[in-house]
Design a protein. Structure first.
Lengths: 293, 311
C-alpha cells in the first residue's frame, strides 16, 4: 500500500477532489469579482448572495415548475444576470463617481437584504437538490462521483471560456480598453455605460452559474454564499485582480491547498487560505498576479 | 458658535447623568459600549481614511480576553479590561502591519479576511467556549471593593466613565500633531511621504489605537452583559459598526455615538422581527449610500448652518 505521510491514498485523493471542487468555485467567483471590479471599480459584495440566488433559482425551478437541471443551468444565470442588470441600472450606476468604499457598502447592504429575505421566507436550513448525474466511477485509487467530476470539468471550461472571451474576442478587447481608459473608448463611439451594465450582468450570471453547479453538492440555503464570499475576497487579495488567468490558477490552487490541509491538519483547513493571504502580503503585497498601480 | 457647542456638550452630559433613572440602564450601557466601538472605528476611517471591515475581531476578542481573565483565571475586572485592551492592541499590531501594505478597497477586504480567520479560530479554540461562548462572567467589585458594580446603576457610571475616557482620548489624538499628520496622509499620501513623514508608521499607530479602543469597548460590553460570544467576532458585527458610523455620519465626532444609539435602539425594538432586522439593516445601508452619505449628524449640521446663514 502506497502511503504519503501515513495517510491512506483514497482519503488523500478524496480530499484533494473536494479541494479541487471548492477551488472551482473560488475560481469562478473570483473571476467574476475581478471582471466586475475592472469595469465598475466596485467590489461586488453581493457576489455571494447572487451565487445563492443561482442555486435557489435552480431549486425553485425544479420543485415548482419541474424544470430539469440542464435547462436551469442556462435559465437560472440568465434570470439572476437580468436581476444584476436591474441593480446596476437602478443603483450602482449612480455611485461610480464616489470612492470605491461606497460601492462596497452598497453591495454589502444589498447582500444583507437579499439573504435576509430568503432566510425569512425559507429559513436557514438547506434544501437538498438531487444529483443530475447519478453514480460514479472507481478509478482504482479512489471513487469518483460522476457529478463531482463533471463540476470540475465544467468549471474549467467556464473559466477558460471567460478568459477566451475577454482576451481573444472583439467584445473583450472593448472591455479591456474601457477598463484602461473609458473616456477614450467612448470617444471612439462605443457605448461604455452599456458595456458596464453588460459586464455587471455577465459577472453576476457567472456567480449564479457557479451557484447552480453547487446546488447538487451543497444544501441550497439562504446563507450558502455568506462565508464563501469572504474566502473569495482572500483569494482575490492573494491572486491580485490584474489577470484573468491569475484568478483561475489562484482559485484552483487555493482549493487544492485547502484540501491538502484537511488531510494533514484538519483544524487549520478553515484558516489556511487566510494564512496564505498573510504570507503573500508579506512577500508580494500586490498579489501573485497583480500589478501595483 | 463656540457657545452653542458648550451648551450642546453640557446638555449631553446632563442627559448622560440622569439617563439611568429614566431609561433601562443595561440598554444605555450596551449603547455606550457600541458608541465607543463606533468611535474607534471612525477614528480609523474618518481621520486615516482606512476602512476596516474586520473591526469585530478586536471588539469580540476584547470580550473574550475579559471573560477569560475574570471568569477562568478569577482575576478582578480591572485586570480583565486591561487584558482586553492589550490583547486587541497586539492583534491590531499583527493584522494592521499586514493590512496597511494595501490601500483602499483592498484594505477593507484584507481586514475582513483576517477577521474571518479570527472567527474560525474562535469557533475551535478551547478558551472561547466555542459555540457556547463564555457565559456567566462574574461581576466583581472594582478597585478592591470600592465600587460595587453588581448594581446596574453603579455600573452605568463606570461604563460612562470608560466611554468618556475613550471618547476624550480619540479627540486628543485627532487634534494632536499626530492627528494632523494622519489627516495629511489621508488627503495625499505621496505628499506626506515627500515631506518626510513615514506614512506606514502613522497608519499602523492609528490602526493599533483604534483596535485597542475597540477592544476596550468589547471588554466593557462583556463586563456589562456578563457573556462573550461568537456574534461579537462575526463579520455581521464588523458590518454593524460600519453601519453605526455611516448612519451617524462618517468623519464627524458625534456621528458614531448617535449612530450607535440609533442602531442599538432599533435592534431592541425590532427584536421580534427576527431575520427581518437584517433586511432592514441592509436597506438602511442602501438608502444611506444612495441618498444620505453625510449621515444624521452631517445632514443636521448642514441644515443648522444653512439656517444660521439665512437668519
Amino acid at each position: 500500500m502506497l502511503d504519503i505521510f501515513s495517510i491512506p491514498l483514497p482519503a488523500l485523493f478524496g480530499q484533494l477532489l473536494l479541494g479541487l471542487i471548492n477551488g472551482a468555485f473560488y475560481a469562478m467567483l473570483s473571476l467574476g469579482l475581478a471582471v466586475i471590479f475592472g469595469m465598475l471599480n466596485v467590489i461586488n459584495f453581493t457576489h455571494g448572495a447572487q451565487y445563492m440566488l443561482g442555486a435557489f433559482a435552480a431549486w425553485l425551478m425544479l420543485t415548482n415548475l419541474s424544470i430539469p437541471f440542464w435547462v436551469s443551468l442556462v435559465l437560472a444565470p440568465l434570470v439572476v444576470g437580468l436581476f444584476g442588470v436591474v441593480i446596476e441600472r437602478l443603483l450602482l450606476k449612480r455611485i461610480y463617481h464616489l470612492d470605491h468604499l461606497y460601492g462596497f457598502l452598497l453591495t454589502f447592504g444589498l447582500a444583507l437584504v437579499i439573504e435576509g429575505l430568503f432566510q425569512w421566507k425559507w429559513g436557514s436550513s438547506g434544501a437538498p437538490y438531487p444529483a443530475p448525474i447519478p453514480g460514479g466511477y472507481n478509478l482504482g485509487f479512489m471513487f469518483m462521483p460522476a457529478y463531482r467530476g463533471f463540476v470540475v470539468v465544467a468549471a474549467l471550461v467556464i473559466c477558460l471560456a471567460t478568459w477566451y472571451g475577454i482576451e481573444r474576442t472583439r467584445l473583450g478587447a472593448y472591455l479591456r480598453a474601457a477598463t484602461e481608459n473609458p473616456t477614450l473608448v467612448r470617444a471612439f463611439g462605443i457605448n461604455v455605460p452599456r458595456l458596464i451594465t453588460l459586464t455587471y450582468g455577465l459577472g453576476v450570471a457567472l456567480a449564479a452559474l457557479a451557484g447552480v453547479l453547487a446546488a447538487p453538492i451543497q444544501q441550497v440555503s439562504a446563507l450558502m454564499g455568506t462565508n464563501l464570499v469572504l474566502v473569495v475576497f482572500a483569494v482575490v487579495v492573494i491572486g491580485g485582480m490584474g489577470s484573468i488567468m491569475g484568478s483561475i490558477v489562484t482559485g484552483f490552487g487555493l482549493g487544492l491547498i485547502e484540501g491538502f490541509t484537511k488531510v494533514i491538519y484538519p483544524p487549520a483547513s478553515n484558516t489556511v487560505i487566510f494564512v496564505v493571504m498573510a504570507l503573500v502580503l508579506m512577500v508580494k503585497p500586490a498579489g501573485l498576479f497583480g500589478q501595483t498601480k | 458658535m463656540n457657545n452653542q457647542r458648550y451648551m450642546l456638550a453640557a446638555g449631553l452630559i446632563v442627559l448622560a447623568l440622569i439617563g439611568p433613572f429614566v431609561v433601562y440602564p443595561v440598554f444605555l450601557m450596551t449603547a455606550l459600549c457600541f458608541a465607543l466601538f463606533a468611535c474607534a472605528f471612525n477614528l480609523l476611517l474618518g481621520y486615516a481614511g482606512l476602512m476596516s471591515f474586520g473591526h469585530a475581531m478586536f471588539f469580540g476578542m476584547g470580550g473574550y480576553f475579559f471573560g477569560y481573565v475574570v471568569k477562568t483565571a478569577g482575576l478582578p475586572p480591572e485586570v480583565g479590561l486591561l487584558a482586553g485592551v492589550a490583547g486587541a492592541a497586539l492583534l491590531g499590531l499583527a493584522t494592521g502591519a499586514l493590512a496597511i501594505r494595501r490601500q483602499g478597497i483592498y484594505f477593507a477586504m484584507i481586514t475582513l479576511a483576517f477577521a474571518q480567520m479570527v472567527y474560525f479560530i474562535c469557533v475551535q479554540a478551547p478558551f472561547t467556549g466555542g459555540e457556547d461562548g463564555l457565559q456567566g462572567i462574574p461581576r466583581r467589585a472594582l478597585l478592591g471593593g470600592l465600587i460595587p458594580i453588581e448594581n446596574d446603576r453603579a455600573l452605568y457610571y463606570v461604563v460612562l466613565a470608560i466611554f468618556l475616557f475613550g471618547f476624550a482620548a480619540i479627540n486628543r489624538f485627532i487634534h494632536s500633531p499626530f492627528g494632523q499628520v494622519l489627516k495629511a496622509i489621508r488627503d495625499n499620501e505621496q505628499r506626506a511621504l515627500s515631506l518626510g513623514y513615514e506614512a506606514d508608521r502613522y497608519k499602523l499607530l492609528a490602526f493599533v489605537l483604534s483596535a485597542s479602543l475597540a477592544g476596550l469597548a468589547g471588554a466593557t460590553k462583556a463586563m456589562v452583559l456578563q457573556f462573550a460570544t461568537l456574534t461579537d467576532v462575526s463579520a455581521g458585527m464588523s458590518g454593524e459598526v460600519v453601519l453605526m458610523a455611516l448612519v451617524g455620519g462618517l468623519g464627524t465626532v458625534l456621528g458614531p455615538v448617535l449612530g450607535a444609539f440609533v442602531i442599538v435602539a432599533m435592534q431592541n425594538y425590532l427584536a421580534s422581527f427576527g431575520e427581518f432586522v437584517l433586511v432592514i439593516q441592509g436597506a438602511i445601508f442602501v438608502v444611506i449610500v444612495m441618498a444620505f452619505r453625510k449621515g444624521l449628524v452631517g445632514e443636521i449640521g448642514d441644515w443648522w448652518r444653512a439656517r444660521q446663514k439665512a437668519g
